[in-house]
Design a protein around this ligand. Structure first.
Ligand code: ATP
Ligand code: MG
Length: 708
């Protein structure tokens, strides 16, 4: 076994060895990113099988997501190619198995209302109906998804249903809606309606109450291991406890600094109370990072210490220096895309490279450009919904009408979206009337309208005549601006209180895709191609492909080179994150998870403008900038008071830390007066003053506290 590990180039350190051979009894391994948690877990499984001759079927390794279960199975195979495979599963699939067994045993008929559920009875459908009943209004997509997450999280926290109604949630009366949702589900006589989280609740209950069933599952596994346990929820922890209650052989591996799912009910604090659940538990810490370069480890270790609510750890490494962390502020998203693509073209091993972003919507532009340039890419959690988003459908329908302005069917789909205040009734009336010819004329003639509506229709008709001659990107501009589409979106957003940024982002992306083709037909074909490319990138990626991933899904993985893109305030942290210190700390952890994926090269990218609007760099990016500066010595009393190069007296109340200088802030320079920070790059700061732009030495600025 020892020889094998050395062959693999891994010489386990003392703590890792201990974690491998300490197979009996509960063990908590709380450790830093890249410290070998997953590696140690896999070695432990190998050790159990090869040294302790444990039957692989009697080992259960549990991970958080299907992707990490797969990742772990692959690593295991690489380490122990001859061994019988061990069951790596997600906590969900294990819980489902237990719940199903229980439901069958008790003869309960049930129906899942999430996933491949029936159209009419599913979680979203029910929630929409209840929302409407409670608020007498439709809920927006945003509200629906946050309500759904809210219900999921309260179930994962095992909060008693009696308490639900008084809970504060993401929308008004969320607690009440949750309660009604549960009531509705239970009203079905002799038939249970279950969502995914109910399966967890039922599994837990079954293990707790049904001794025989609990034994059946307890007896199955002699050794349990759970990776990424900082993202395990309370009900999931409980399930593991029940399964381990006979032998106590449970190895829990976690890093509280990488807890990024508390919004979904993850309970990282459980780890800090591990000893109260398992009093005889061993707790081991690992702080040496084997993954990343000295630069990355040192900077990220300082970065995460800005979080107050954490278990103290000091990550360090013996790895060599490789390259400084790159921070680049590009002009706009397009330049950022160009920069990344250009760099990728110079890479031969694309499978060692990743592009990471917080929101899936960031990826579409990249998909389009990579596909166009023939750069293969892999997307684990591809957003295949982009191409079927209703905004995309709308734009295609607007375009379709230009091919034949007599098509009532197409017209009916978009007339309500032209900001003309056309009602449902008018549309119904028009559809039942027997009209022919140009739809704009026909509509104006059939329906009783106000003068300004008629005027607008005439105007739209003329605009439509010019559309077939235009380039597709121009057509989208026309749809947005001249045909009232964007104004319509905005007024609906205001009325229903949903955020419009995401929708406008989709339009921007469509425009960018359109700018690469000449005709509307090509545009439609291009969208189809991209949809297919995304499907391929998900299910059938090329061997040597760059990974595109959200920060969340990149957890546990590693790459030689990592680009983190769109690092803007408003994205990471989001506006919501800024409103609550717990959310802000979670966003900081997410940023940390992203950075600690890189082995050698870490590139942090942002932009200063988007569609003519000034954008701010992420405050986390500014924190990293501050950490990268050589430490500045602050004058103390015993030292001779330094005079600045500019001959200005030192103003100790001025700003001495780069974190106090986010891009975009207004400052006063002791000599040049009022200005605005344009960018901070390496050791230079660029400031726009009234009459001039100046590039100044950042270190001096901070040392002598020249800005206030
Ligand atoms: P994360 O928190 O990101 O999931 P982790 O703690 O699970 O990280 P691993 O992925 O297991 O860390 O290991 C990180 C890298 O360090 C891997 O490339 C692994 O091969 C290497 N590594 C771990 N332990 C050792 C060791 N003792 N000697 C050499 N390399 C090691
Ligand atoms: Mg890991």
């Amino acid at each position: 076994f020892k020889r094998k590990k050395i062959e693999l180039g891994i010489d386990l350190n003392d703590v890792q060895k201990k974690a491998v051979v300490q197979t009996e009894g509960p063990l908590l391994l709380l450790a830093c990113p890249g410290s070998g948690k997953t590696t140690t877990m896999i070695m432990r499984i190998g050790y159990l099988i090869e040294e302790k001759k444990v039957n692989p079927n009697r080992i259960k390794a549990i991970t958080f997501s299907r992707a990490s279960a797969q990742d772990m199975a692959e690593r295991f195979k690489r380490f122990f190619p001859d061994s019988t495979p061990v069951g790596f599963s997600t906590i969900h699939s294990l819980a489902f198995k237990i719940a199903r067994t229980y439901l069958e045993k008790t003869g309960t008929t049930y129906e899942l209302i999430e996933g491949q559920a029936r159209q009419k009875i599913n979680k979203s459908f029910l929630l929409k109906g209840i929302y409407k009943e409670v608020h007498k209004d439709d809920c927006t997509d945003d509200e629906l998804s946050s309500l759904s997450t809210f219900i999921s999280s309260i179930k994962n926290k095992m909060l008693l249903p009696e308490k639900w109604e008084s809970l504060k949630g993401p929308v008004d009366k969320a607690g009440l809606i949750a309660k009604k949702y549960e009531q509705y589900k239970s009203q079905q006589v002799g038939h249970l309606l279950l969502d995914f989280d109910d399966m967890l609740t039922i599994a837990e209950e079954a293990l707790r109450l049904d001794e025989d069933l609990c034994d059946q599952f307890r007896m199955k596994y002699d050794y349990l291991l759970t990776d990424e346990s900082q993202d395990t929820s309370f009900v999931q922890h409980r399930i593991v406890e029940h399964l381990a209650s006979r032998h106590g052989n449970v190895c829990v591996v976690a890093d509280d600094d990488q807890s990024i799912y508390t919004w979904r009910g993850a309970e990282p604090d459980y780890l800090l109370n591990f000893k109260s659940v398992y009093p005889d538990a061993q707790v081991l810490m690992m702080e040496r990072n084997y993954r990343s370069s000295k630069e990355i480890v040192e900077t990220t270790a300082k970065f995460i210490k800005r979080n107050k609510n954490r278990y103290p750890k000091d990550m360090y490494t013996e790895n060599a220096s490789v390259a400084p962390i790159t921070i680049k502020q590009l002009d706009d998203p397009k330049r950022q895309l160009e920069y990344v693509t250009y760099e990728l073209l110079g890479e031969t091993n694309l499978n060692e490279v990743a592009i990471l972003f917080r929101n899936n919507s960031s990826s579409t532009r990249y998909v389009s450009e990579l596909h166009r340039r023939g750069i293969p890419f892999y997307m684990k959690d591809a957003d295949d919904k982009f191409f079927t988003h209703w905004i995309v459908e709308d734009i295609l329908n607007f375009m379709r009408l230009s091919f034949n302005t007599e098509r009532k069917d197409v017209f009916s789909k978009i007339i309500m979206k032209m900001n003309l205040f056309v009602s449902n009734n008018m549309l119904r009336e028009f559809n039942s009337a027997n009209t022919t010819g140009n739809v704009f004329d026909a509509f104006a003639q059939t329906i009783e309208l106000r003068t300004n509506q008629v005027q607008k229709l005439t105007e739209y008709k003329t605009i439509y005549e010019s559309i077939p001659d235009q380039r597709p990107a121009q057509v989208i501009r026309i749809i947005r601006n001249e045909l009232g589409y964007e104004a319509g979106l905005r007024s609906r957003a205001e009325k229903f209180g949903f955020r419009i940024d995401h929708l406008l982002g989709i339009l921007d992306t469509l425009e960018e895709i359109a700018s690469q083709v000449r005709t509307m037909v090509e545009f439609a074909t291009r969208l189809k191609e991209l949809e297919e490319a995304v499907q391929n990138a998900k299910y059938n990626p090329a061997e040597n492909a760059v990974t595109l991933s959200t920060l969340h899904s990149a957890k546990g993985l590693e790459f030689r080179r990592v680009f983190m893109i769109d690092l803007q305030n408003g994205i990471i942290p989001s506006e919501d994150d800024e409103s609550d210190v717990r959310l802000l700390e979670e966003a900081r952890r997410l940023f940390y998870v992203g950075m600690t994926r890189a082995k050698q090269n870490l590139e942090l990218l942002s932009y200063r403008n988007d569609e003519g609007k000034t954008k701010e760099d992420s405050k986390f990016l500014n924190e990293i900038r501050g950490l990268l500066l050589k430490p500045t010595k602050v004058a103390n009393d015993s030292e001779k008071i330094p005079t600045s190069k500019l001959g200005v007296p030192i103003n100790m109340s001025g700003i001495g830390d780069v974190a106090g200088l986010p891009v975009g802030t207004n400052i006063r320079h002791r000599v040049f007066g009022i200005g605005k920070i344009i960018s901070i790059q390496d050791d230079k700061i660029t400031i726009q003053f009234d009459k001039m732009e100046k590039v100044l030495d950042l270190e001096t600025i901070l040392k002598y506290r020249i800005l206030e």
